[in-house]
Ligand binder design. Sequence first.
Ligand code: DC
Length: 226
Amino acid sequence: MKVYNVAIDGPAGAGKSTVAKMAAAALGFIYVDTGAMYRALALYFIRHGIKAEETARIGEALPTLDVSIEYRDGEQVVLLDRENVNAFIRTQEVGQMASLISPLPAVRKKLLFLQRGLAERTSVIMDGRDIGTMVLPDADVKIYLTADAQVRAGRRLKELEAKGESCEREEILREIVARDEQDMSREVSPLRKAQDAVVVDASNLTAQEVADRIVSLVRERCEKCR
Ligand code: DC
């Protein structure tokens, strides 16, 4: 049976995971959040006092680590050495560490294998930074989702407040801008729009509007999904 792959890339806080989840539910595809995989590895290094610049220690630890994905009640669960780490990976600290370790080729290689394996078996909507350019270059639909940095900071602030975490808007904005810079300027798999990606600017759109746009793009291109 033909599987369909949808790639969504874009900067931090553009709403990729929210809209990818909504579109995946509408299409009956599986949603794969690749950022969560980088975050799981970042969590391990933070817990073990390993800094991003300690590449030798990271290189030694990587082969001993097991990152996997399961779906429980339709939700992606990230397992780090079989522990469900979903509750620990959504902090700013872990996001920043994930961004710092993600340029390391050994880190990317480990996760690339896992990501491609998932997309070979099932129809997926996969989001990240290099999905359309590197992980799934032959994806049926590629979206580059972006939004103004101020808007992204405002949304992140709301998310954090909803979880009871207090944070300054200015600090979030600084972190978002720094993370964009890190993710776009790295040599290995930088965040950039794939040539054949459709750009969606979500600054003035609701999540539902963006998800609907993605669903209709997928339906235009995938016979089975009509
Ligand atoms: O999407 P996110 O904020 O959960 O991602 C955390 C970091 O992981 C991001 O700043 C860069 C890295 N990342 C990556 O390099 N490639 C991906 N496909 C996904 C995330």
